[in-house]
Ligand binder design. Structure first.
Ligand code: AHM
Ligand code: MG
Length: 335
């Protein structure tokens, strides 16, 4: 489709080709987009509307919540609960599944999200994002149970992210490639600016939180050492490094110019096999990155094949340029 198309037109035209499409999905995306525009506005106004700073509360993973974590979670719920497209929602910021209030009709989809990923960056004016994943409810029009959400990433109907950066962008896939839209604030519409986003298969750029180095497993130690060795090392080329500490910004950079991003398995906290969460971080980003021609793995297996065991399950994540991810995976096979 041509650049300049609005997101609404893009979705309607894409859904037209799907046999049996009822318009439910299009309407759900419309509500999701309204939520994202509202979040973009709150993030953008920041201190002007008193939304910065931390709260006393912690989320289910024991992380101190920012005011904006709670506000953005609420924006996602209020915009998506009422229209009758969903059987339930789940989020990083809620311990349990969110039940659609009984005053509203139930639908056939499940929405899973991280309303404000990278929120430790929000007070310092660095990019943050919203990550979302849409699944089919195993039983439509029935209040979803926790088990209904435990579907492997390959079952996602749609996934994507909004990036609140120097401009606000929405990048999504429904399984037919990846398209990026930029919010035109003057008209309040997302406009197709990045059609068919693809990740170069090779790269000279990696992203990892190097302060965790002493906790990494041997294959990741080896990979990073080889990158740092540059032209004289076994890789025979100089590498560049980036770490924004906002997964959405890192994935967006990788979709734009290639690279690898790693939050690998480490020994920092033996109870956690990784930092990032499977259902609302790794799987949606996995779907987007694979659809753009990249690869996504724990180092040991493809992320989207994992059968989830819990809503807030964590996984190691290695994603990005295909050849580079395959190199890292091959190092995991050698030990
Ligand atoms: P969050 O969901 O609590 O914001 O945590 C996820 C974020 C990712 O966006 C980012 O890649 C990672 O945490 C950064 O971790 P670190 O603080 O170890 O650099
Ligand atoms: Mg997050």
């Amino acid at each position: 489709m041509q650049t300049g198309t609005t997101l609404t037109q893009f979705i309607i035209e894409e859904q037209r080709h799907i046999a049996g499409a009822t318009g439910d999905f299009t309407a759900l995306l419309n509500d999701l987009v309204t939520a994202i525009k509202t979040i973009s506005n709150a993030v953008n106004k920041g201190a002007l509307i008193g939304v910065m700073g931390a709260l006393e509360s912690q989320n289910v993973q024991g992380e101190t919540q920012k005011k904006l974590d709670v506000i953005t979670n609420d924006i996602m719920i209020r915009n998506n609960e009422w229209a009758g497209h969903l059987a339930g929602m789940a989020s990083e910021e809620m311990d349990e599944v969110y039940a659609i209030p009984t005053r509203y009709p139930l639908g056939k989809y499940l929405l899973v999200f991280d309303p404000l990923d990278g929120s430790s960056n929000v007070d310092i004016n660095i990019s943050v994002g919203t990550i979302f994943s849409i699944l089919r409810a195993p039983v439509p029009n029935r209040a979803a149970a926790m088990e209904d959400f435990l579907q492997p990433g390959v079952k996602q109907v749609c996934a994507g992210y909004a990036l609140y950066g120097s401009s606000t962008m929405l990048v999504l896939t429904t399984g037919h490639g990846v398209n990026g839209f930029t919010l035109d604030r003057d008209i309040g519409e997302f406009i197709l600016t990045h059609p068919d986003m693809t990740i170069p298969v090779d790269t000279k750029e990696f992203a990892i939180n190097a302060s965790n180095r002493r906790f990494w497993e041997a294959p990741v130690q080896r990979y990073v050492e080889e990158c740092l060795a540059g032209k004289e090392g076994p890789r025979g080329k100089d590498f560049n490094m980036r770490w924004v500490a906002s997964m959405v910004a890192e994935v967006h950079r990788i979709l734009t110019r290639g690279g690898v991003f790693m939050y690998p398995r480490d020994t920092k906290d033996p109870s956690k096999p990784g930092k990032l969460r499977l259902l609302y971080e790794a799987n949606p980003m996995g779907f987007v990155v694979e659809q753009a021609g990249g690869a996504v793995s724990t180092g040991y297996e493809r992320i989207m094949d994992i059968q989830p065991e819990g809503l807030h399950q964590r996984v190691p994540v290695i994603l990005g340029s295909k050849n580079e991810v395959e190199t890292i995976v091959s190092y995991h096979k050698e030990v």
